[in-house]
Design a protein. Structure first.
Length: 268
């Protein structure tokens, strides 16, 4: 079975299946994301791990669900995020370290997004641990969280998604080696943190959110409330980020009065 297929083979616990209630619009978005997640990685697909789902049109509001945009945490202290907390666009990624398509996105697409949009303040990327492939997936998720407690999450992320790494598995010794490679300073603390109730709670919180919005495969994304499923080509993400940034600019201009035909003083 392809690694990014539907999670039906591994049923979430009742706690993880608890729905998030935001309204009818989000129920529809959840159904859409669940459907396109499967279509993006179905076994008879082209094999690219991508599809034409969530097409971005000239209308920046098309396919966007404002309630889903509210899932962005924008916490400046978030150890599993990069980019300005007040960036106009937030990309939320639900991913699993054992997912091959997640690795493809991490290696081929994410660095380009960081260079093009995160570095100039347009985009913020928020990670959500969404382990769906069993015990090693969950162990890797907790380990990533633990690395984040020492400000080395993204370095661990890069090490864990390097070509050929997931094939070696994510046993305890491997996770410790990856943490060392990522520059985690205190490996004893790392081991304690990875096995802690706090790590389990953090991973469960992310996982529950993913199931709650209808994600059924990895990677799944939200870009300012626009669901995108699968390791789509760079162009899909670029179009979505540009559309979201344009909408944010227009909203800000409307609030500040820019583009109006003149203030009351000008009319006098």
């Amino acid at each position: 079975m392809p690694e990014s297929m539907s999670t039906s083979a591994r049923k979430p616990s009742p706690r993880n299946r608890k729905p998030l209630i935001y309204g009818a619009g989000v129920v529809l978005a959840a159904a859409l994301l669940g459907f396109v997640s499967y279509r993006a990685t179905a076994p008879d697909h082209s094999g690219s791990g991508s599809s034409s789902v969530a097409d971005v049109t000239a209308d920046p509001d098309a396919g966007v669900y404002p309630e889903l945009a509210k899932l962005a945490r924008r916490d400046a202290g978030d150890k599993l995020a990069q980019g300005r907390a007040d960036a106009p666009v937030v990309l939320i990624e639900y991913a699993d370290f054992k997912c091959g398509y997640c690795g493809k996105f991490a290696r081929d697409t994410e660095p380009a997004l960081v260079k093009k949009y995160v570095d100039n303040g347009t985009l913020r990327i928020e990670w959500r641990n969404f382990p769906i492939f069993g015990a090693e997936s969950e162990a890797a998720a907790r380990a990533a969280w633990a690395a984040g407690q020492q400000d080395r999450f993204w370095q661990f992320h890069a090490a864990a998604y390097a070509e050929g790494v997931k094939e070696k598995g994510f046993g305890k010794d491997r996770l410790k080696a990856l943490a060392q490679q990522a520059g985690v300073a205190d490996l004893d603390r790392f081991a304690r943190d990875a096995d802690s109730a706090a790590a389990s709670a953090a991973v469960s919180k992310d996982q529950e959110q993913g199931y709650g919005i209808g994600a059924t495969s990895t990677p799944s994304f939200l870009i300012n409330g626009r669901p995108i499923a699968g390791a789509q080509p760079m162009e899909t993400f670029t179009a979505a980020v540009e559309a979201a940034a344009e909408k944010a600019r227009n909203t800000e201009d409307a609030k500040s009065g820019k583009g109006s035909q003149g203030s009351g003083d000008d009319a006098k």
